[in-house]
Design a protein around this ligand. Sequence first.
Ligand SMILES: NC(=O)c1ccc[n+]([C@@H]2O[C@H](COP(=O)([O-])OP(=O)(O)OC[C@H]3O[C@@H](n4cnc5c(N)ncnc54)[C@H](OP(=O)(O)O)[C@@H]3O)[C@@H](O)[C@H]2O)c1
Length: 312
Amino acid sequence: MKAVVIEQYGGKEQLVEKEIPVPEIKSDQVLVELHATSINPIDWKLREGYLKEMLDFEFPITLGWDAAGIVKEVGENVQKFKVGDRVFARPELSRFGTYAEYAAVDEHVLSHLPEEISYEQAAAVPLAGLTARQCLVDFAEIKEGEKVLLHAGSGGVGHYAIQIAKSFGAYTAATASGKNKDWVEQLGVDRFINYQEEDFAEVLNDFDIVLDTIGGEVQEKSYNVLKEGGRLVSIVQAPDENKAGELGIKAGFEWLEPDGEKLAQLANLMVKGEMVSKVGHRFPLTQEGLREAHQLSESHHATGKIVITIPS
Ligand SMILES: NC(=O)c1ccc[n+]([C@@H]2O[C@H](COP(=O)([O-])OP(=O)(O)OC[C@H]3O[C@@H](n4cnc5c(N)ncnc54)[C@H](OP(=O)(O)O)[C@@H]3O)[C@@H](O)[C@H]2O)c1
């Protein structure tokens, strides 16, 4: 099958197109013929070698951890899926990722994909959408009427977080630059903050939840907008728990644990029209396509999600 792999760590030129064997499935896996995948910052962080202490994979490595496609084969212990089903998933992190025509995916991370949702819309969701959900629902235990600040509301995680928070009846504020104002407001944001013109920490206060997707000074200032009993959840840098304790805030770092049932809840939100994927950029599954996609993701200024289309 065709795949785009890296054979050593380095810049985007390490992404090369290769013929590699179709993965063999284990008894609790399905083989998915991929129709689309998407880019997440972990892809280029791993490509550069920044994550080699934590994810020590052998080369060649097929990057990419978002899958949308059709089940082609099922392992003998698989119960809920059959050949021909439309599915999507954030596969477990391994060196056999989704910049490829096929991927082996564990049943427990897989969700059925309703007919109403296209493969492109679906492929954008799993990693970013589940991360947003885990932070707001599992960690912060979001409730109706709470005030929630989403940093980088125009990013992959942020734009899903806005919509998930709105589905709980929250009041939402989101940061991004002015070029993203219109579409981010259309997602239902109550207070858009152009971070190039306004300092969120000066204009917001008494918030219940902050989702930190940036770290550094943004995280530091985020304590100021939270009220006692508030929650600060970061996906980029562990917050200072002593400081949080002094302020009476619950603070923590979350790392995504994929789960097919939680992904099915996001599919339901999409079917109800309460969540959409903003696909800002599309590239084909080619060496050049992936290199351009990585360059864009590394700029930190992609619009919504970058999707990779995979013709069958
Ligand atoms: N822990 C985990 O499990 C986990 C899971 C997913 C992601 N992450 C991490 O979370 C981070 C965000 O991921 P992502 O996929 O959402 O990234 P992304 O889609 O690449 O984010 C890009 C967006 O960030 C916005 N942005 C850049 N600088 C900003 C600033 N100073 N203030 C507000 N917005 C800003 C940009 O908007 P403008 O162009 O308007 O500036 C752009 O739309 C990454 O570091 C990623 O590795 C961690």
